[in-house]
Design a protein around this ligand. Structure first.
Ligand SMILES: [Zn+2]
Length: 164
């Protein structure tokens, strides 16, 4: 999960029952505490991260945090409540997303990249410089690369407002 090093992951002793204090739309059916099998440490999934992947299961990458070991792969962890492997669980959430979601997932960076390309071409032409197909292609690749990361946040927003 990119950027998770700055997040606060709390260790939870397996014997401690979790308080069920979040009566939000169906999210309380999803597990919150996972076990890193190599060290046996139980970690509480932070609520905002949980909300993010339940809305957009492609938002994070395939790493998670063990409260004891730090960054670990999700294949190395399982939910305490259900026993399901974290990786299998995430794949299941991903498979449940609609076709519209996947169209947005792939097309959004391309569309934003296209706008960056057109804007760059406009600026270049405005300065009297030549806008060749080679320049346009290079600008498009550059534009999509720039758009890739921020488009995740637009996609997450669209998921949270139930648009996709
Ligand atoms: Zn661990």
């Amino acid at each position: 999960m990119a950027g998770l090093m700055t997040e606060k992951f709390l260790e939870t002793p397996p014997e401690t029952p979790e308080p069920q204090s979040e009566p939000t739309s169906g999210q309380d059916q999803h597990p919150e505490v996972y076990l890193h099998e190599a060290c046996g440490t139980a970690t509480q999934m932070p609520k905002h991260i949980r909300r993010n992947y339940l809305a957009d299961p492609y938002f994070y990458n395939e790493d998670t945090i063990c409260a004891k070991c730090g960054v670990v792969t999700d294949t190395a962890c399982r939910w305490v409540d259900t026993g399901e492997n974290l990786h299998d669980y995430m794949r299941r959430l991903q498979k449940a997303k609609s076709g519209a979601y996947h169209i947005v997932r792939w097309c959004l960076p391309l569309v934003i990249g296209m706008f960056i390309t057109l804007f760059g071409a406009y600026l270049k032409a405005n300065k009297g410089e030549a806008v060749t197909p080679e320049v346009l292609c290079a600008a498009f690749v550059f534009g999509v690369a720039i758009a890739w990361y921020p488009s995740k946040f637009i996609r997450l927003f669209l998921c949270k407002v139930d648009f996709i």
